[in-house]
Design a protein around this ligand. Structure first.
Ligand code: ADP
Ligand code: MG
Length: 743
């Protein structure tokens, strides 16, 4: 018989029935799928599972000892006949118990004898207050010295002391997964193709693939498991980082027009106009971007930075540089509100520099166009024309910019602002808008600081730059948790504080998790489902009514949320930005998280977040970043009904205790599952990251990235590592399948 290959289907090896159960229940189709189905944990022979930990409704596999077996007669309601029920009580070493119930299967008494141990598997139910498994699958484990009779085929011997426990289903209990894997392992060739080249393995002391797979499925010691896992984590990191290294390499090989600005242009004029001195980080980054833009290959850079670190100015300077070099720059924002705000603030910062062709426009000047989905037909036509003619040097917009009808005279640089993932498809759409075959330079800015390794994974095809320093003279934002139930007085003090700030010429935000008004889909998935109580989250519309009639009666209150028409949103933001001095200005903005990212009103000094426990840690940090942007001391109040000591309350305390966004991002990510860390659009990772934890395994990811980069530089097509090429093809296939599923 020919040795198995990793790509072989399972049916020929295991039989059609088993193969089908593995595919249907666990999604395992090939030899490799099965071998990469790693044990969730290991039961130790003689060491019983802690039964006190079992959760109702969970599918579990436990190692337990039979403590009692009772046969009880009962009357079957359906047939009206008497029957027997077998009740087996199993126990762990702490004395906690679990009841196994079998109806009309009294014959199982023969196997289920008091004193024996076994693996029991099923869904935990609850009956009269005690936990039970009904008709569990089980396998009795032979103790040393136990007689294993030939007919007693439920009794299995495990060679090692460690019994692997697999993610399993009712049809495919853990030990059947184990025996399937055993069959496959026995037929594996000795020289299994390894995706990690031998030199890389040697450099990092990694076990070979075959050794690691055997050890993870049939370990003798915990040490074997640890070594195997280390190696298998490397597999995942290495394959992913090689894909990313290839993407970086091929993107870097594309042609781009170098954009070298002429001196004495917009950029120089803008720098002279700047009302502040650039931070060291801003200057350095400016140089980095200028160097990138001068190359004959497109820049693909991620700019991440602390909230308020001044990313926008950095991006704007790069945009002006390409205009000075004769090209156009586009800024892509995730929402209308943000696009409008960017348009307004860029126009304001540029002043006469943005008034090309207008009376009072500077000698060197350009035009800043706005393009969003909600423009009137006439304005839209006007914008499209200015973009196509090249009159508009700078274009700000939403995804509407990517539409086919939008054509640029000479698109040189695309800046993608905030959050939303900018994928391969969008890049293709943009490439189609640039001159000839060349590609525009791309700068991506993230709103939220993200830990390095996440950046390396999620944005791994980009070069990463980080702004850590905040502009000098920023007053810190004092953050406090306001416990609404324990200290109702503190909340009314918060409202009077807002009134005082407004009297002193400042402004404030009040943010709620919900719009209100009617049954609506949530505007934002801020709420933590697990902690959702019976009370609906506080809604903007309800709170506004209450505040306007009460605590905030003396001030001018505006409302902002996603359901408002675009012009109204724009008008509200404009009036809030205009501030107290303006006749129609707004002092206090009651809003949903539409103000979360990018909104920049330096005069605002108070941020009150209602039901703060419903927001994520990073989201709260973003919200807090909306204040403390000017010279005045700022205050952020996190209002919550979460009691002291609860996890929700502790998260809020953590936000109050640190101003470090990277630290908070880490905390945020630690509390989520790995899949969520990478985001839905980082598809393909569903099963490609099984062992690797992006936060925990920083060292592995970093080392794998270096190795992968070198390998791709030496052998771009991976001709020398066919197993790696195959693993990558499989990963990309899965990614494609996921993408199709979602579109
Ligand atoms: P973010 O990085 O959060 O996007 P912004 O770019 O919106 O931050 O900048 C926040 C505020 O700081 C803006 O009002 C901006 O004009 C101002 N700012 C940017 N750079 C500096 C600086 N070097 N000195 C003082 N203020 C600055
Ligand atoms: Mg910003």
């Amino acid at each position: 018989m020919a040795p198995l290959r990793m790509t072989d289907r399972l049916a020929p090896v295991l039989g059609a029935r088993t193969a089908q159960a593995l595919e249907k229940g666990l999604g395992l189709r090939t030899v490799e799928d099965l071998l990469r189905h790693y044990p969730r944990r290991y039961a130790e022979r003689g060491q019983l599972t802690d039964l006190g930990q079992l959760q109702v409704d969970e599918h579990v596999t436990v190692l337990a000892r039979i403590a009692r077996v009772d046969r009880r007669p009962y009357r079957d309601r359906r047939t009206g006949r008497n029957a027997d029920r077998l009740e087996v009580v199993v126990t762990d070493s702490t004395g906690a118990t679990l009841t196994l119930t079998f109806f009309k299967q009294a014959w199982r008494e023969r196997e289920l004898r008091v004193g024996r141990s076994g693996l029991f598997s099923g869904k935990v139910g609850s009956f009269r207050g005690s936990r039970q498994l009904t008709h569990p699958e089980y396998q009795i484990i032979a103790e040393s010295g136990d007689e294993v009779s030939g007919d007693d085929d439920t009794v299995a011997r495990y060679a090692g002391a460690l019994i692997p426990v697999y993610p399993a289903t009712a049809q495919m209990p853990s030990w059947r997964v184990a025996s399937s894997i055993g069959l496959v392992i026995d037929q594996l060739p000795d020289d299994l193709d390894d995706p990690i080249p031998p030199e890389t393995r040697a450099r990092h002391g990694l076990a070979g693939l075959r050794t690691a797979l055997v050890a993870v499925h049939r370990p003798d010691h915990r040490d074997d498991v640890a070594r195997a896992r280390e190696r298998l984590r490397w597999d995942e990191a290495f394959v992913l980082q090689t894909v990313l290294a290839q993407r970086r390499a091929s993107a870097a090989a594309l042609p781009a027009v170098p954009r070298v600005p002429a001196a004495g242009g917009l950029l120089d004029a803008f720098d002279l106009r700047l009302p502040f001195t650039l931070t060291k980080g801003q200057v350095t980054l400016g140089d980095v971007l200028a160097a990138d833009l001068a190359r004959t290959h497109p820049m693909h850079r991620l700019l991440q930075g602390e909230v308020g670190s001044g990313k926008t100015v950095v991006a704007l300077r790069a945009m002006l540089a390409v205009v000075d070099a004769g090209g156009q720059a586009a800024l892509l924002a995730p929402t209308e509100v943000l696009a409008q705000q960017h348009h307004r603030s860029i126009t304001r910062m540029l002043g006469p520099l943005a008034e090309r062709g207008m009376l009072g426009g500077a000698e060197v000047s350009t035009r800043v166009e706005l393009l969003t989905g909600s423009l009137s037909a006439a304005r839209r036509r006007e914008s499209l024309l200015a973009i196509a003619s090249g009159d508009a040097g700078l274009v700000v917009g939403t995804h509407a910019l990517l539409e086919e009808r939008v054509s640029f005279a000479d698109l040189a640089l695309v800046v993608v602002d905030e959050q939303h993932r900018f994928g391969v498809e969008q890049r293709a759409a943009l490439a189609a808008k640039s001159r000839d075959d060349s590609r525009p330079h791309v700068l991506v800015m993230t709103a939220t600081p993200i830990p390095r390794t996440v950046a390396m994974t999620v944005f791994g095809d980009l070069e990463v730059s980080t702004l850590t320093e905040l502009p000098a003279g920023r007053a810190a934002v004092a953050t406090h948790v306001v416990p609404a139930l324990e200290r109702p007085g503190h909340l009314s003090r918060a409202w009077s504080r807002i009134v005082e700030e407004v009297a002193a010429g400042r402004q404030a935000y009040v943010v709620c998790p919900r719009i209100g008004g009617d049954a609506e889909p949530e505007e934002d998935a801020a709420a933590d489902e697990a902690e959702a109580e019976s009370r609906p989250p506080i809604a903007v519309l309800d709170l506004v009514a209450e505040l306007v009639a009460g605590a905030l009666a003396p001030v001018r209150v505006g409302v902002l949320h996603g359901r408002l028409p675009a012009e109204e949103k724009d008008d509200v933001m404009r009036r809030f930005a205009a501030g107290p001095a303006s006749g129609d200005g707004i002092d206090v903005l009651v809003a949903t998280t539409v103000v979360e990212v990018g909104v920049d009103v330096p005069n605002a000094t108070v941020m009150v977040v209602m039901d703060a426990d419903r927001f994520g840690v990073s989201q709260l940090h973003q919200l807090r970043g909306r204040v403390g942007r000017g010279e005045h001391a700022a205050l952020c109040l996190l209002v919550t009904e979460a009691g002291p000591g609860t996890p929700a309350r502790e998260r809020l305390e953590a936000v109050a205790a640190t101003a470090d966004g990277f630290e908070l991002a880490r905390l945020d990510l630690e509390q989520r599952r790995e899949g969520d860390v990478l985001g839905a659009s980082q598809s393909g990772t569903r099963s490609s990251l099984r062992m690797l934890a992006v936060l925990r395994d920083e060292d592995v990811i970093e080392a794998a990235r270096l190795e992968a980069t070198d390998l791709v530089a030496a052998d771009p097509d991976l001709a020398g590592t066919p197993a790696l090429a195959r693993a990558i093809a499989a990963l990309l296939d899965e990614e494609r399948a996921d993408y199709l599923e979602k579109s």
